[in-house]
Ligand binder design. Structure first.
Ligand SMILES: [Zn+2]
Length: 109
């Protein structure tokens, strides 16, 4: 299955804005990012995907969303590995699910 339709859907849901930095991303530059990286067991599913700009996607690499946000907030170049536990990954997934619901709910009203 191609992920291109999902990327377009997410791009529309997020009003063309990067999930991480909020910058507007032209549709042809939009990338699909895994909230919980696949290397950490994140599923290859829509609930684990967000649309992000290429710099964010590249920068985030295999960090958890939370780790990456700390990196953006502190402007730190060095990555702080927090050694995510199963619990942290579950929490990230749950958070993501709730956020997704909110976004979708807003769209439907
Ligand atoms: Zn971005």
């Amino acid at each position: 299955m191609s992920l291109a339709p999902l990327r377009t859907t997410l791009w529309k849901i997020q009003n063309g804005r990067c999930h991480y930095c909020g910058r507007y991303v032209p549709e042809h530059e939009a990338t699909l990012d895994h909230c919980v990286p696949r290397s950490l067991g994140g599923p290859d599913k829509a609930e684990n995907a967000v649309m992000a700009c290429l710099p964010c996607n590249r920068d985030k690499a295999d960090m958890l969303e939370e780790e990456f946000r700390v990196k953006i907030a502190t402007g730190s170049k060095r990555r702080r590995r927090v050694n995510p536990s199963d619990e942290a990954i579950r929490a990230a997934m749950l958070d993501r699910k709730m956020k997704g619901r909110r976004t979708l709910g807003k769209k439907m009203r």
